[in-house]
Design a protein around this ligand. Structure first.
Ligand code: ZN
Length: 139
């Protein structure tokens, strides 16, 4: 049975893809890790994150996102400096993806440690002015 994954970006559904192709699409950048995805059987939309990465056997290390339905898709963050509203802040993590993949190829312990340190050091920025002073909407 072929499962279809729905992809949404900035509040709009941008496409449907076979689940089997997802890791290729994420690797190619067609689907972004900051996009949301949903498929039949899921109670809510989730951030793509590392879900469809290749060679990542561990479960999502990030804190679970707030429940969101398709009707909830809208700006989630407000910049306290320039008042911009946006759904996906620019995220900056220490280290880089290539190192992270290499660590994961060495094994889940090395990969987990590297991913964990990147996530702990992650900062979120306003895509307009770069301010880190963001207010997250609570639904
Ligand atoms: Zn701003």
């Amino acid at each position: 049975m072929l499962r279809t994954v729905h992809i949404a970006r900035k509040g709009k559904v941008i496409g449907k893809y076979p689940e089997a192709d997802m890791h290729v699409l994420v690797a190619a950048g067609t689907v972004l890790r900051t996009d949301h995805y949903w498929k039949v059987g899921m109670p809510r939309w989730l951030v793509v994150g590392r879900t469809f990465d290749v060679a990542v056997p561990e479960p999502e290390p990030e804190a679970p996102r707030r429940p969101r339905g398709p009707q909830d898709l809208g700006p989630r963050f407000t910049c306290l400096r320039c008042d911009a509203r946006f759904d996906d802040p620019e995220e900056e993590k220490p280290g880089n993806v290539v190192m992270e993949i290499l660590c994961w190829l060495c094994g889940p312990v090395a990969g987990g440690l590297y991913s964990g340190s990147r996530i702990l050091g992650k900062t979120q920025h306003c895509p307009k002015c770069g301010s880190q002073h963001l207010e997250e909407q609570v639904w």
